[in-house]
Write a protein that binds this ligand. Structure first.
Ligand SMILES: Nc1ncnc2c1ncn2[C@@H]1O[C@H](COP(=O)(O)OP(=O)(O)O)[C@@H](O)[C@H]1O
Ligand code: SF4
Ligand SMILES: [Mg+2]
Length: 390
C-alpha cells in the first residue's frame, strides 16, 4: 500500500474521484485567482501536520424554491447551510453531529464540490476551492474523497468489487496503469481487511460491514488526504459499527488521513473524533474538543442531545435529568429570527428572538483556563451537568 501512496502522490493532479459527477460548475461564474498550473502545484504541496488542511468560512447553501412549470418563479429558499465555519487540521477527525435535515450532507457535498456554494469559502491548502475549475478542481477532487452512508445502495450491484474499487483508476490512470490495477485493487482489499481473492465477487455476496469496507477501499484508491464520511456506520449493526470505526482509525494513522465524520448520533462520534461540531438548522451551535463537548457542553441544544443518550447503568440513571425538547424542528425555508433554536429552547428569553448569537467563546469564559471556554452560539451559554453514556 505504501507503493500505492507513492504512485498517487507523484501523479499529476488530474480528474475526479470515486463520485466523479461533474459538479454544478456552470451554476455560478467561477473565478480562477491563480493560473491553473500554479493552482495545481500548490495543491500537490505537503501541509505541515497540525496545520489546518481545510478552512471553511461562512459557508452558505440555499436551494431555491420555485413555483410554475414554464416560467419558474422563485418563491423562497431552503437555507440548508447558513453560515458554517470550521477548521480541519491535518491528521485529525472532526465529528459533525445534528438531527436529520440540519444540513450535514449538504456541508459534505459542498466540501466535495458536488454542490456549488451560494456564498462562503472552503480553503484547501490556502486556495478557495469553491472558485476553482478545470484541472485545479480535479486535483482537489482527487485529494478529497467521500465514504457514503448506505453500503447497500452506494455500490453498483452489477459491478464486481474489483471494478467498483478500481473505477477511480479509469478517471486517474496515472495512479494505476491498466496492467497494475488488479494488484492495486487486491492491495486495497487487503488494507481494509477483506480477502484479496474476493475481487470477482458482487456486492450482494457481502455483509453490510464488508460492503462499507469496500466503500472505504474505493475512497482510499486515489490516496486522498481528506475523507468526508457521511454517516458511514449509521446503517450498520452496533457491533459492526465498532469494527468499521476501528478500521477507519487504523487507516487514518497509516495514511495520515484527515476525516470529517458526520453522524446524527453523538455517541458514535465520540470515539473517533478529536473535535466535534454540533449543527442545528443549517448552523453550527457549538464546537470544541471531545472533552469540551461531551463533558462541558454549554449550548442548550448539545445538552439536550446528550441527555437523550441512553444510560445503561441503573445507578447512574437514578436522579438523572432528561431534557425533553418540545416542538418540531422548524423549516429551514423559514427559520426563527434571532437564535434558531429558540422555539425549542427551555432557556429562551426576549433577546434570543432579536439577536443572532454568534459562534464564539462566550464572554463569561473568555481567557479562562476552563473546558467551558469553547465556541458556543448561545447568549446564555453555561455549563450543565448532564449524565450520559456517550
Ligand atoms: N437538492 C436539494 N434541493 C432542495 N432542498 C434540499 C436539497 N438537498 C437538501 N435539501 C434540504 O436541505 C436541508 C438539509 O438537508 P441535508 O443536508 O440532507 O441534511 P442532513 O444530512 O443533516 O439530514 C433539508 O431540509 C433538505 O430537505
Ligand atoms: S441563545 Fe437563547 S434560545 Fe438560543 S440556545 Fe441560547 S438561551 Fe436558547
Ligand atoms: Mg444526511
Amino acid at each position: 500500500m505504501a507503493e500505492l501512496g507513492k504512485a498517487a502522490s507523484s501523479a499529476e493532479g488530474s480528474t475526479a474521484d470515486s463520485v466523479d459527477v461533474t459538479p454544478n460548475a456552470t451554476e455560478v461564474e467561477r473565478v480562477d485567482s491563480a493560473t491553473e498550473a500554479e493552482a495545481v502545484a500548490a495543491l500537490d504541496a505537503p501541509v505541515d501536520r497540525g496545520e489546518p488542511i481545510l478552512q471553511v468560512r461562512n459557508l452558505v447553501k440555499h436551494f431555491p424554491m420555485t413555483q410554475g412549470i414554464l416560467f419558474k418563479k422563485k418563491i423562497g429558499a431552503v437555507k440548508a447551510v447558513d453560515g458554517v465555519s470550521f477548521d480541519l487540521h491535518q491528521g485529525e477527525t472532526l465529528g459533525i453531529v445534528g438531527e436529520s435535515g440540519c444540513g450535514k450532507s449538504t456541508v459534505a457535498k459542498l466540501l466535495m464540490s458536488l454542490e456549488t456554494a451560494t456564498s462562503g469559502e472552503v480553503f484547501y491548502k490556502g486556495q478557495d476551492i469553491t472558485r476553482l475549475s478545470g484541472r485545479a478542481l480535479k486535483a482537489v477532487r482527487r485529494n478529497i474523497q467521500m465514504v457514503f452512508q448506505d453500503p447497500y445502495t452506494s455500490l453498483n450491484p452489477r459491478m464486481t468489487v474489483g471494478d467498483i474499487i478500481g473505477e477511480p483508476f479509469d478517471i486517474h490512470p496515472e495512479v494505476a496503469p491498466k496492467g497494475d490495477r488488479r494488484r492495486k485493487v487486491q492491495e486495497l482489499l487487503d488494507v481494509v481487511g477483506l480477502n484479496p481473492e474476493y475481487i470477482n465477487r458482487y456486492p450482494h455476496q457481502f455483509s453490510g460491514g464488508q460492503r462499507q469496507r469496500i466503500g472505504i477501499a474505493r475512497g482510499l484508491a486515489l490516496n486522498p488526504e481528506i475523507i468526508i464520511c457521511d454517516e458511514p456506520v449509521s446503517a450498520l449493526d452496533v457491533s459492526v459499527q465498532a469494527q468499521v470505526i476501528n478500521l477507519m482509525e487504523k487507516l487514518q494513522d497509516e495514511f495520515n488521513l484527515s476525516y470529517v465524520f458526520i453522524a446524527h448520533d453523538l455517541s458514535i462520534v465520540r470515539h473517533i473524533s478529536d473535535r466535534v461540531g454540533v449543527m442545528y438548522l443549517g448552523q453550527m451551535a457549538e464546537i470544541g474538543t471531545d472533552t469540551q463537548i461531551y463533558d462541558h457542553p454549554t449550548h442548550p441544544y448539545t445538552q439536550a442531545l446528550l441527555s437523550a443518550v441512553p444510560v445503561p447503568d441503573p445507578e447512574s440513571r437514578e436522579g438523572r435529568e432528561r431534557i425533553i425538547l418540545t416542538g418540531d424542528v422548524p423549516s429551514p425555508a423559514n427559520p426563527p429570527s434571532g437564535c434558531r433554536f429558540r422555539t425549542r429552547c427551555w432557556k429562551a428569553q426576549e433577546k434570543c428572538a432579536t439577536e443572532v448569537p454568534l459562534l464564539a467563546v462566550p464572554e463569561r469564559f473568555a481567557g479562562q483556563d476552563t473546558p467551558a471556554a469553547h465556541e458556543s452560539a448561545c447568549h446564555f451559554a453555561e455549563e450543565k451537568d448532564v449524565v450520559h453514556a456517550a
